[in-house]
Design a protein around this ligand. Structure first.
Ligand SMILES: NC(=O)c1ccc[n+]([C@@H]2O[C@H](COP(=O)([O-])OP(=O)(O)OC[C@H]3O[C@@H](n4cnc5c(N)ncnc54)[C@H](OP(=O)(O)O)[C@@H]3O)[C@@H](O)[C@H]2O)c1
Length: 199
């Protein structure tokens, strides 16, 4: 398959790219600052240009997204808007526009995260954005067939512990390679509307 992977240069995206390449897929990596194609997917016009450049696609997968982590008492309206835009809106836009570009039996695989169900202090905006992604996946799955859509909801990756460990006390990390396996399941499998939890 020919797969557009947004965030292919990141911690999770690197593992997803490796897993998909090992299985013989052609991965077109996307990042804001580098990759096979460069685009900021929070900009709808950049998403349109991205699909125009990408050529035929069998699947779109996302392993990208920014969130603001700040205690609720200090959280600003701009923090909330930035988090919804950085984590959720870009992914929704990739599907909204992508439905016209991806093969009729192709798929979308989005990224949420454990904070949807297991909140942490300072993570309210991120939890809300993840919840939006998951609700969208369940809803879009009704209208997209024969295209499919799923989300991956990982806990913290072992590789991210140097940065994130203080935020996830007592929560068992998983290797990024295990998260990548869930992407393979979503892309090569037959299910739709599913949230694959990697906890
Ligand atoms: N790592 C974890 O433990 C973990 C756990 C649960 C969920 N998640 C979720 O998984 C996703 C990836 O996390 P990560 O830790 O792998 O991130 P990361 O290492 O920071 O990598 C993110 C990648 O996505 C690209 N990117 C970010 N925003 C983009 C945008 N607007 N348009 C295009 N490309 C963009 C970045 O490219 P540039 O650097 O070129 O901008 C980078 O290659 C995030 O949504 C995160 O919330 C991560």
């Amino acid at each position: 398959m020919r797969i557009l992977l947004v965030g292919a240069g990141g911690t999770l995206g690197g593992a997803v790219r490796a897993a998909l390449s090992e299985r013989g897929h052609e991965v077109v990596g996307v990042g804001r600052t580098g990759g096979d194609l460069v685009a900021d997917v929070t900009d709808p016009e950049a998403v349109a240009r991205l699909y125009a450049q990408a050529g035929p696609l069998d699947a779109v997968a996302v392993a990208a997204g920014d969130a603001v982590f700040r205690p609720l008492a200090e959280l600003t309206a701009d923090d909330i808007a930035a988090t919804l835009r950085g984590k959720a809106l870009g992914q929704l836009e990739l599907v909204r526009q992508g439905a016209r570009h991806v093969a009729p039996t192709g798929s979308f695989t989005l990224i949420s995260g454990i904070l949807t169900e297991e909140p942490i202090p300072a993570g309210a905006a991120a939890s809300a954005a993840n919840g939006a992604v998951e609700a969208f996946v369940r809803a879009a799955a009704i209208e997209l067939p024969p295209q499919r859509i799923n989300a991956i909801s990982p806990t913290v990756a072992e590789e991210s512990l140097p940065a994130y460990a203080p935020f996830f006390p007592g929560m068992e990390p998983v290797p990024a390679s295990r998260v990548a396996t869930a992407y393979v399941r979503s892309i090569e499998g037959a299910q739709t509307g599913r949230i694959y939890r990697v906890h």
